[in-house]
Ligand binder design. Structure first.
Ligand SMILES: NC(=O)c1ccc[n+]([C@@H]2O[C@H](COP(=O)([O-])OP(=O)(O)OC[C@H]3O[C@@H](n4cnc5c(N)ncnc54)[C@H](O)[C@@H]3O)[C@@H](O)[C@H]2O)c1
Ligand SMILES: O=C(O)CC[C@@H](O)C(=O)O
Length: 387
């Protein structure tokens, strides 16, 4: 029986993919579970036990998971790229129009008319204070052209916006899906200087923390509207406040407000709702559960953020999976050890990603604990598992 601890509320659809006969999936398990399934819970303080082999993030951002620590311990971290992208895209487009048309302020004001005489007349008299521009013909700068950024760029083009995209790491596969109407900025400055709206769709990590700060704000147009549905730390708060106070930033729409922002008149604060749709939650849960099950039962790794991709078909033979450092002669040492115990390798795979590698062996016969112990003792071997 495999154990998977839920660290957040996850769509119950996971039970369709992790059947009760083989999987004990619950939020009440101990912290030495083989797997964890998580949304936004902060895992940085967790000490993972030897038992833990995988963490599935039902979502895109993995900044709540200590990736380096997991890699050192041979724990495979998965995410679910693109599974919630449509949910975020729809909210970004909706929030951009809401901000441009002053809808939150108008909505709050309309409620103040409750109980007054002649509401219809008051509405007509007061509405002028909320006039806001259409987005058609305006320029949207999209920072990060991944699963979400591309969808936002294409949707914005479809409603008549000029779109400038910036992503120096854009993959060829992704580039195929970008509308021909998206102009590619070679430098971030070009986007900052031309955009009426700027939307962030990059991961938060050591390199992107404070991605928008004073130098970037100073290059933007006066009255720009910024949308942040990526992560709060991408925008340096003190620089943002200065830019809002000076009129440079007309509005900051964020899915990640902090305490100072909540009552600021220029901030439209949303409580991290980008992926909070039944569709996105289900898509993420299904993808996370399938990836976890595939890894548990066959050793296949897809959509991992810290391990190489390795697709191995199910097999009737004994399978040994080894996560190890990507060093010279690791495979030689492993196969020599297997040979020493008189075992024949029917098939094998070896993949690497940076400093880490993954070897999968299909053996003709059962492997003893002594033999797996000897593989585990090879310098550079991190985790050995027999399936
Ligand atoms: N609000 C929400 O509920 C919600 C939901 C999903 C994702 N997110 C956030 O949005 C982020 C993006 O999600 P995604 O699914 O599009 O991820 P993705 O991995 O598909 O796309 C990220 C893109 O950012 C690009 N990028 C990385 N560093 C960059 C840089 N310095 N400059 C420009 N581009 C850079 C990458 O090349 C990639 O194309 C996630 O990391 C997550 O933090 C938020
Ligand atoms: O699980 C959520 O609700 C948010 C997920 C989102 O922030 C992500 O990075 O995918």
């Amino acid at each position: 029986m495999h154990t998977i601890k839920k660290l957040n509320k996850i769509s119950p659809v996971i039970y369709d993919y992790l059947p009760k006969e083989n999987y004990n999936v619950s939020s009440h398990l101990e912290d030495d579970s083989e797997g964890f399934i998580v949304r936004s819970a902060d895992c940085h303080g967790m000490d993972f036990s030897e038992n833990t082999i995988a963490i599935a993030r039902a979502g895109a951002g993995t900044n709540n998971i200590p990736i380096d620590k997991c890699t050192e311990k041979g724990i495979v971290v998965f995410n679910t790229p693109g599974a919630n992208a449509n949910g975020v895209k729809e909210l970004v487009i909706g929030a951009m129009i809401a901000a441009s048309r002053n809808l939150p302020e108008a909505y709050d004001w309309a409620k103040t008319l409750k109980g007054q005489d002649g509401v219809a007349a008051l509405v007509e008299k007061g509405k002028g204070q909320f006039v806001g521009g259409e987005v058609k013909g305006k320029t949207l700068g999209v920072i990060g052209l991944g699963a979400i950024g591309i969808m936002v760029a294409n949707a914005a083009s479809a409603i008549g916006m000029n779109v400038i995209g910036y992503d120096p790491f854009l993959s060829v596969d992704r580039a195929w899906s970008i509308s021909m109407y998206t102009h590619k900025a070679e430098k971030l400055d070009e986007l900052l200087e031309k955009a009426d709206f700027i939307t962030l769709h990059i991961p938060q990590n050591d390199k992107t923390k404070g991605f928008l700060s004073t130098p970037e704000f100073s290059k933007m147009k006066d009255g720009v509207i910024i949308l942040n549905f990526a992560r709060g730390g991408l925008v340096k708060t003190t620089s943002l406040f200065d830019a809002m106070d000076s009129g440079k930033v007309k509005k900051y729409v964020t899915d990640f407000p902090d305490d100072d922002m909540l009552c600021h008149p220029n901030v439209l604060a949303i409580p991290h709702l980008g992926a909070s749709t039944p569709e996105s939650e289900e898509n993420c849960a299904v993808m996370a559960a399938k990836q976890m099950r595939d890894f548990f039962e066959t050793g296949t790794i897809v959509n991992s953020v810290n391990m190489p991709e390795c697709i191995v078909p199910p097999s009737d033979t004994v399978r040994v999976t080894i996560i190890h450092k990507n060093l010279t002669n690791m495979v030689g040492q492993i196969t020599n050890t297997v040979a020493k115990y008189g075992l024949n390798i029917a098939d094998m795979a070896n993949k690497s990603r940076g400093d880490i590698a993954y070897t999968v062996l299909n053996l003709d016969h059962e492997i003893s604990q002594e033999a797996t112990g000897e593989i585990a003792a090879i310098e550079g071997v991190i985790k050995v598992r027999v399936i």
